[in-house]
Design a protein. Structure first.
Lengths: 831, 831
């Protein structure tokens, strides 16, 4: 049987991505050899939903990977077995196991030993969750082809908090979700079928995530009403076997909205009573509720400022209601004024978290946690570590990392975030003078200042797309978040390699290619979006996706890069700027205070410099902008080439699905490249020393083609269309643009750059003469009904034979209100 | 009676503006004395509709101004009389009259003489039109209070062509009309009631206009079908008594559209036959048809290029059809590529007219006229004279002047255009080496090169607003066009003074104030919109009204100013630019070739210079931009003050109507000032040496006010809203913004800056505390449904009493889809 299975090439098997990294694909013989002997039976000591999950997972995983049946039992058999149980149940049988007290909660021990004369492979947990995590760890080792014949290993999590947040709304939409609608909600209710929630809980457990906040931080007050709590309980019931505690986001004005009070003043006794009543009601339905998440006084959400109360007052009134139940409140540090006057050069959104929370250090109750985004702004492609991490010594903190790629390509671009997260987690805040320092990972886990609680929160936003996050490669971020939350010292390469092997198998070319694409992806994204710390340079007002340079200027939201005709960057120095650098411990702040000691990649975050400023690299800022965009876009194009070499080494479905996204990304990276470079070329009036920016050989603008019914339209912002213009077609019309090819005969790739608006599904067709070469439908959802940097899309038709005088024709038949807008075509020799 | 009339103050009489400059108001005694004795009878020699118009006008005008009855007769009476007739009828009776041959067609002689023993005041014309023009001239002299007791004066027009063009569509809309719908058309037909057309014909005749093209140059082909021609004939019938010939604009593709042909190739015999057939049909219905106007191969209109034919081919096929009837074809020189590649620094729309028509000089038939816009672009606030005027020596030409204020405030701003037109008409093109030179006025009239036909075309676009052009003061432009077409050497001051006296009476303060406002208005408009020849800096893509700096960059329409971070201006030199200056006669071109000899006001039209370039004035370009915008806006504010001093010196209705427009203009001038200055302040990063630009004392941004339901919105383009943002309100909502006043007690003017979109009529109310101070409806039509530079509008509430802690509140109740957008309020001490 094994031989037969191995004989079916990977490419013939269709995989949907639903199984993610828990595929348990049958192992090839060479791998089996490396793993060594593994017992074919499981013995579970004790019984509970979580313990049964652990046992069933071993049965499922081992049975699948070894293509054999796994026996189960509840007492030691006469043959070798995998022994599962908590340490206090295991140790009497296996004295070599550590004492429970030696391990932190959720920790586990994997060991090989002899019990009653038989070889046993022990998976023992400090608690039931530990057993479950140990089972997953063992299965992962086997799946990765590691030798499990001699094990003696203790593992414990870096921190007690390893949660995901979901920004799901009760109507089924997801704020900043890019993979379909909510798996939890629809039409104001919890869904009937929660099987996807169950399978999602399993994924989370497999990487050690132990909590899930189910609804949007911009919360609907109804979520804690008596009518809704039973529905929440159904979700908690499904997650419980996976050791995942449910938690909820709340609306701070709930006492007024749903409580019948005329106030939500946290110091009002009636308000305190309201919160106690609601929290008690929650715990009656969900005894293992993890706690509550609160976004207040930010982006229009009501908060304690309405009564001149502090964030601590707000957190503590709820903390006190939670304390008797062992619950925790997460108070989001993402508090800022979104009506800030951009004309005041001293205003700085980056200051907000520290300014709001540092004065309150020590004022929060022991079960309150300040949840701090990893950087001081909002998940931009490059930010320094938030100074607040180093400023809270007597307050619990957690780091908020964003798995959903809100500003980082929205899962249409591959962008492996682990290296970005690690840059912050490993950053030494120098909060104490001790050696070896105080990296962010130790501050947020509570280790540095011995806080009772702390940890890692990931904003996940999976959806109903079969593969959870839309892009198969994006699952590396969900996996990576769990791995880092468990052990933030794990290297990005290890995480990438492990995930790739689990997800795509052991073929060395596959592992090396996918791993390296992952590791190269964030630097590439940074290069073709916003290098040097200027921010992502996207539309920050609404869509947060394509290029939109000026939208992050002159707004109330405080996300500014201050680019003008002479230079670029936010001056955040003490000497001449906003004084933000003073929020860091002086040794750290001093580094950022001077351009000489600020690393290039953060230069424009901390300094406003002329375009001619020379970087440590020896390049000028403006030349770096040009070069990095060309380099980044080239890297994105290379991802396609690298991926295409995996044809038939990966199953057909995922190969094609990822290829389509990478092709799209390569096209959109060109949109980014050209938008940013054209804009700065215009603004600075400084030419690209390499002569690349602003020149587009092989490009034929739609405006210069012979047209039927297509009409010229300016695109806003101009830099998001080639030559600032597109050709648009009226609703219900068929329009076309023709180009007579005059180059040498040969085989070419023809890229059609069009705009895929979200208010219709227009059909595009490419002809040579009267012959249809390819036809496709523009049915993408890029968040905008207009031609712009979000909707600009490339469709490349490969291997088109062209002879001189051949006519290429792009024809569109519009649909809905979509304009069928065409930007240009580009003809390049086929590789 | 006279005494009684004089005792009624002007302000008590309501005047609608319908009578324009032909009010014939009863003359005050002092004026009557200056005029001297005028006969109270009119004797008309001969009879025709035009002659009867002349006689009836004298009866009407004289009777009204002298408040007496005028007798009429057809043979010399025994008393003194005003003798009307053509010279060949008059001379036998009055031998002192000149011979007809001594005067050009349409010329006239005004003389005092004795005939059969009686004093006669003779109004004798070279032709019937001449009689009519003489009658109007006599009435104007009397109305202006000039002595008519001794007259001996010949007048002849500068050119045979003195036409107006109307851009009216058959559906009743008017392209670039700002005073209501068409007086000619509605629902695809000529209107039943043409009484307004008749009265408009009278206005035209009074200033010597002898032709009218009734429909849009972007012509509907149906206009020359058998079904439509009889309708045109009805208009011609109404205009004929005023000596105004009708003409029509045609669609060059008519042979295909309405002629049943498969071609419109001008060299195809079937096409020539089509045109002959249609022209014959037109002349059968309208024997005195003036001719045809044609816009071809421009802005999407089909033309001869479809068959690789020339503009001369196109003009001549129609000219040949017209010639037997004495008709003329006007071929518009406004031909350019509206899909021009802005990235090519050698591309230049300004070159288009010359490049298209200069090679064809001498190829046009004798009854074809090339109709040339006064500048090489398109009616911008400042352009040099079109070089084509100097380049056509063997081709008839006419100058196209635009009375409708398309780019010049759309009759919401006062902008007296005569000084601008004169700057071009008086410009010496140095087309020959003769002295005293070849001013444009002599080139277009045909005088310089002895062309058989030529002259002046004004784009008028009056509408159904009672006062014809919307703004009472805009009528000075229609009047001024006629005066200049008749005699382009007339000074702007004379025209302004005459028009003011005719329109508002003899009060010296009124005459001086209105005349000076008129003369100051174009310079002011230039200062607060686009100084130094950069173009109007408006939205050139659609609305052509409010500030929209970047819309005139990076478009296919070729109207570019090339502003970037370092400098501004179009380099049109031979040495380094587009070579446009080579289109001028070398002596003229040489002046523009160098920055040293280019006048400041055209610097940026011809040169790209750094912001720090020093003007002849001694200022830098950037400082000039800042200063001129402050100066211009201040001048607009002063117009209001100056006008207010005329309260009770002008009739209430026109006083109030003009005041409302001037108040609006003053507010919109601030929008212009701030938009342009803020944008260049950002772009150049060079501060205003006077510290004005970018600082707004007394301004309270809506974003910084306490708000109910109002939500923050970025405004596009950002520079058209203060701080780049506005507060908007949902449809059907009532929203408000509050400000607690903290200054000293006193009386203040409160300016509310809001956006008056065209998709609703929202109600704004200003409160102090609970008291309504003023309420108004935003029902303006500024061509846009969004908050931007077109819709930004100021409502100033004067004399508001404020004490510390008083709350000012702006409340809006939205209507339709209008957003009730609020920008800011500004509190200034009442004067």
């Amino acid at each position: 049987m094994v031989a037969l299975v191995a004989a079916i090439p990977m490419s013939a098997q269709a995989e949907t991505g639903y199984d993610a990294w828990l595929r348990y694909a049958p192992l090839p013989p060479t791998v089996l050899t490396r793993v060594g002997s593994v017992p074919r039976s499981v013995t579970l000591l004790g019984d509970s939903p979580v313990l049964r999950s652990a046992r069933d997972e071993i049965v499922r995983g081992l049975g699948s990977m070894h293509a054999s049946t796994i026996a189960t039992g509840t007492s030691l058999p006469r043959t070798s077995t995998i022994l599962l149980g908590t340490l206090d149940r295991v140790r009497p049988v296996v004295p070599a196991a550590p004492a429970a007290a030696e391990l932190a909660p959720d920790g586990f021990w994997l060991g090989t030993a002899t019990a009653r004369g038989q070889a046993v492979l022990v998976v023992a947990g400090r608690n039931e969750r530990g057993v479950l995590y140990g089972a997953f760890a063992l299965l992962q080792r086997i799946a990765l082809g590691e030798d499990v014949s001699r094990l003696n290993e203790r593992q414990e999590p870096a921190a007690p908090i390893r949660w995901v947040n979901h920004w799901d709304n009760l109507d089924g939409t997801i704020e900043r979700g890019y993979a379909g609608r909510s798996i939890f909600f629809e039409n104001g209710r919890v869904q009937e079928d929660l099987s996807r929630v169950r399978d999602y809980g399993r994924l989370l457990a497999s990487v050690g995530v132990n909590g899930l906040t189910v609804n949007n931080v911009n919360a609907n007050a109804l979520v804690i009403t008596d009518g809704f709590i039973p529905q929440l309980a159904r979700i908690a019931d499904v997650l419980r076997p996976w050791g995942v505690s449910l938690s909820v986001s709340i609306d701070f004005s709930s006492p007024r909205r749903i409580g019948g009070l005329d106030t939500f003043d946290p110091l009002d006794a009636r308000v305190a009573a309201f919160w106690k009543d609601r929290v008690d009601a929650l715990y009656r339905a969900i005894p293992d509720l993890g706690g509550i998440v609160l976004k207040a006084d930010s982006e229009g959400r009501l908060g304690p400022s309405a009564y001149n109360r502090t964030h601590a007052d707000a957190a503590n009134v709820i903390a006190r209601a939670l304390a008797p139940h062992g619950g925790v409140i997460f108070y989001r540090g993402f508090v800022y004024d979104n009506l800030m006057d951009w004309r005041d050069p001293k205003n700085d959104r980056a200051r907000a978290a520290y300014d709001n929370f540092h004065p309150l250090d020590g004022k929060f109750d022991a079960n309150a946690v300040v949840q701090i985004k990893h950087g001081p702004i909002d998940f931009q492609v490059r930010e320094p570590a938030s100074p607040l991490f180093g400023a809270l010594r007597n307050t619990n903190q957690a780091i908020e990392l964003q798995i959903t790629q809100e500003y980082l390509g929205q899962q249409r671009h591959v962008c492996f975030l682990v290296p970005m997260w690690k840059a912050v987690l490993d950053f030494d805040m120098q909060a104490t003078s001790t050696s070896p320092g105080t990296p962010v990972r130790d501050l947020v886990s509570g280790r540095t200042f011995n806080r009772p609680v702390g940890g890692f929160v990931g904003v996940s936003n999976v959806g109903r797309d079969t593969n959870w996050l839309g892009h198969d490669l994006a699952m590396a971020n969900l996996y990576g978040f769990g791995r880092l939350a468990w052990n933030p010292t794990t290297s990005a390469r290890t995480i990438a390699t492990d995930w790739t092997t689990l997800t795509f198998g052991h073929d060395p070319q596959v592992v090396e290619t996918v791993t390296s694409i992952l590791l190269d992806s964030w630097p590439a994204y940074e290069r073709y979006t916003g290098p040097l710390g200027a921010g992502t340079l996207t539309d920050i007002i609404r869509v947060h996706y394509g290029p939109g340079i000026e939208s992050s200027e002159r707004n109330g939201w405080g996300q500014w890069h201050r680019a003008n005709g002479q230079g670029i960057g936010m001056d955040r120095t003490i000497a001449t700027g906003t004084g933000f650098t003073a929020q860091y411990i002086p040794l750290v702040g001093a580094q950022y205070e001077s351009t000489a000691s600020t690393p290039d990649e953060l230069l424009l975050f901390f300094h406003h410099v002329p375009y001619t400023h020379v970087l440590h690299s020896g390049k000028t800022v403006i030349q770096h902008i040009y070069d990095s965009h060309y380099q980044g876009a080239q890297e994105a194009a290379d991802f396609v080439k690298r991926w295409r070499r995996l044809d038939r080494l990966i199953d057909r479905q995922r190969y094609a699905s990822v290829l389509a996204r990478l092709e799209y990304q390569a096209g959109h990276a060109v949109v980014w490249r050209d938008a940013i470079n054209n804009w700065f070329l215009w603004l600075s009036d400084i030419a690209d020393a390499n002569g690349l920016a602003g020149r587009f050989p092989g490009r034929i603008e739609a405006e210069s083609m012979a047209r039927e019914r297509y009409a010229n339209t300016p695109v806003v912002p101009w830099e998001t269309a080639s030559a600032g213009q597109a050709m648009t077609c009226e609703p219900g019309e068929t329009c076309s643009a023709r180009h007579r090819y005059q180059g040498p005969a040969g085989t070419f790739d023809v890229a059609v750059q069009f705009f895929d608006e979200n208010d219709g599904a227009s059909r595009f067709t490419l002809f040579t003469g009267d012959r249809v070469i390819e036809s496709w439908v523009a049915d993408g959802e890029f968040g905008s009904p207009s031609p712009n940097g979000h909707t600009s899309t490339r469709h490349t038709v490969r291997g088109v034979r062209l002879s001189p005088d051949d006519e290429l024709r792009v024809q569109v038949t519009t649909d809905g209100m979509e304009s069928g807008a065409l930007d240009y075509i580009e003809i390049t020799a086929s590789p």
